[in-house]
Design a protein around this ligand. Structure first.
Ligand code: GLC
Ligand code: GLC
Length: 651
């Protein structure tokens, strides 16, 4: 867009650019993209920082940052940017299947991870979220989310060269690399924090620092506690500074102050630095928290969205092929806002964690009913075109039961009691529960609690193996496959969690380590036992049964255009509370529809084929499950879905 005020500022900036930048050749694409994005960049910058006198200097610094990172961008990545501009729906395809993993837990270090890429390819995974790899203080790292140096890899797992080699090897194999950018806070040992502590005012301004409790007390009135057990309150007294500093997460994680444009520019430079080291996708951590306001929960503020839009517009100038994932584990209506208000003029993140679907799937597992799941999915707001979900069952974090109270009420349950039941169920306290989860972040003031535990342990595999109960083992395997079948077909990028493909159980080793024992999330951050993984080649083992079935489903998914994500899903209410069913259709109507139906109950359920035909499905005689290639059980014109069964049906 051409607009005079911003354009004349751009002209001024171009005149003042560092001569090193001006003399660069081959900047065509940079300047056209800068021109195209500048109006938006300027408007957002003005909205966020317009009351400062140094706006022109800051804007110059911003443009120079974009230019320098463009100049440093390797040719192979520039070429990818151009390819992705042409084929801009590339990431909506069903061909992508992701996995999140810690490189040390998975394979020792980054080199080890590179040597295991063939294993991921064997399974069909072609997008890898490598959990945080940056330098963190030992033992005060929050699993990598308390960064001491944003440009240095943790020496125990490798070097920047290892990341370059990994990304190149992945690109040769047609795989995507996802890296984290921890935007909301730094470690208290980061250089900025050290300089703040030493009394440098400029660096104190990078954080929220207060001389007394007046402001902190006001913030605390409305800010919830994220880690109420291990890090109560939202501020930490720092002796060195003699001041209070905001620490919404752990006491050693200092919240960055985005009302300071220097912070924005520094973090932008870090995003582009990792984009230039080959990250295809950036997972932006804790994005809901980016703006703090007294009197609010300090989550999902409008300015947090403006900051993300500004990051996106800037990234589009230097590295337009790079995508953002929003990690916003917030209420269903809030999550979709992180895609942006508009796919073109107000875009934020192309991808977002589907925390609602994740939590609802767990509700269905515990209750053996899909009624809340159905309702919750129906009340999910529509997302933008050219935006997609990251669908997951487990990740490195806890399970928060963040679905909507109204939906729980509508089903006749009391929200607080229902959530208490779920926590009790998954932590094995509910009578008869087969789950072996561990409570996380129990808040005695509010009664809230969340859940840790590996997928296999939460669905009963651990208890079944302990008692040697074969039927229970079979059931747990079926539930694991049912859940994966759901995330593989729902629409979006399925994100598996490392170890789940072979049924990895809880790892209680963290309890012996005092730097981890107060954070139960470590129970599901395993070190992979590769001898056990080897059992995937031995028929009848749990590992074999899970791995082979998952591998098959992944391969089938990739062949079905109906599973690409073009908002092409219809949820079907079949009147049976145990079933979740939805139709996926090819948005180009060139290939068959797929009807997904899953049974969350242990007992078989049935559906009238007549009813399905009335809904326009299965016009032809032969209904086929595309996973097995076989006809499903049909009796008296009724389709039978076995206990914990899943079909992907097509005619
Ligand atoms: C994100 C991470 C989580 C971490 C938090 C604070 O939510 O997923 O593991 O504790 O941010 O950085
Ligand atoms: C961590 C916490 C989660 C919180 C999130 C915010 O993931 O475990 O409960 O909501 O951080 O990003």
């Amino acid at each position: 867009m051409y607009e005079q005020v911003s354009h004349s500022l751009l002209n001024d900036i171009l005149l003042k650019l560092d001569p090193d930048i001006i003399k660069q050749k081959d900047m065509r694409y940079f300047y056209t993209r800068l021109g195209a994005n500048f109006y938006a960049i300027h408007s957002l910058f003005h909205l966020l920082y317009g009351d400062r006198r140094d706006v022109p200097e800051m804007m110059l610094k911003l443009v120079e940052t974009l230019a320098r990172r463009y100049i440093a961008r390797p040719d192979r990545l520039r070429a990818k940017d151009l390819e992705r501009e042409v084929n801009h729906n590339w990431f909506l395809s069903q061909e992508w299947v992701g996995m999140a993993l810690y490189s040390d837990g998975f394979a020792g270090d980054l080199k080890g991870l590179q040597s295991k890429l063939p294993y991921l390819q064997e399974l069909g995974v072609n997008m890898v979220h490598v959990m945080p790899v940056l330098d963190c203080p030992e033992g005060r790292s929050d699993g990598g989310y308390a960064v001491r140096d944003f440009r240095k890899i943790d020496a125990r797992i490798g070097t920047v060269e290892d990341i370059d080699a990994l990304s190149q090897s992945m690109h040769h194999r047609g795989m995507l690399l996802t890296l984290d950018v921890v935007l909301n806070h730094t470690s208290d040992e980061h250089e900025w924090a050290r300089r703040a502590r030493a009394g440098e005012k400029d660096y104190q301004d990078y954080y929220y620092v207060f001389k007394d409790r007046v402001m902190p007390d006001m913030f605390d009135e409305t800010m919830p506690e994220i880690f109420p057990e291990s890090a109560p309150g939202n501020f930490t007294w720092n002796d060195g500074m003699g001041k209070w500093v905001m620490t919404a997460f752990n006491a050693y994680q200092w919240d960055l102050n985005y009302s300071n444009p220097n912070v924005f520019i520094e973090m932008l430079d870090i995003i582009l630095y990792w984009a230039n080291h080959g990250a295809d996708i950036m997972r932006l951590d804790a994005v809901a928290f980016l703006w703090k306001k007294i009197g609010s929960t300090c989550q999902n503020e409008r300015e947090a969205h403006l900051i993300l839009q500004l990051f996106k517009d800037c990234c589009q100038v230097t590295a337009p092929g790079v995508l953002f994932i929003a990690e916003a584990i917030v209420a269903p209506v809030e999550i979709t806002k992180y895609f942006g208000e508009d796919a073109i003029i107000a875009k934020e993140c192309e991808i977002a964690y589907n925390a609602t679907f994740m939590a609802l799937l767990w509700d269905a597992v515990a209750t053996k009913k899909a009624d809340l799941l159905n309702r919750g999915l129906n009340s999910l707001p529509d997302k933008l075109a050219r935006a997609t979900w990251l669908n997951y069952i487990r990740c490195h974090d806890d399970i928060g039961l963040g679905f909507d109270d109204m939906d729980i009420l509508a089903l006749g349950y009391d929200p607080a009691a229902h959530r208490r039941f779920l926590v009790d169920y998954f932590t094995g306290r509910f009578e008869g529960s087969i789950a072996r989860g561990v409570p996380f972040a129990v808040n005695h003031k509010t009664g809230d609690a969340r859940i840790s535990g590996s997928l296999a342990s939460l669905v009963g595999l651990q208890s079944a193996l302990e008692t040697g109960d074969e039927k229970a083992t079979d059931d747990a395997i079926k539930v694991i496959l049912l859940l994966h079948g759901m995330i593989l077909s729902f629409g979006g990028i399925p994100l598996l969690y490392y170890g789940d493909e072979v049924g990895t159980l809880n790892d209680y080793g963290y309890l012996d380590d005092d730097r981890k024992s107060d954070d139960s999330r470590w129970v599901h951050r395993p070190t992979i036992d590769w001898d056990k993984v080897e059992l995937r080649n031995q028929p009848n083992t749990v590992e074999y049964r899970l791995f082979t079935a998952l591998k098959k489903m992944i391969a089938v998914r990739k062949e079905l255009p109906a599973f690409a994500d073009f908002n092409n899903r219809d949820i079907k209410d079949l009147g049976n509370p145990h079933l979740l069913a939805f139709m996926r259709f090819d948005h180009q109507h060139a290939s068959p529809n797929v009807f997904v139906i899953g049974n969350f109950d242990a007992a078989p359920q049935h559906v009238d084929l007549h009813q399905l035909r009335q809904m326009g499905m299965f016009k032809f005689a032969g209904v086929r499950d595309v996973i097995t290639g076989e006809e499903p059980a049909i009796f008296n014109d009724r389709l039978v879905i076995p206990g914990y069964g899943l079909y992907w049906l097509s005619d």
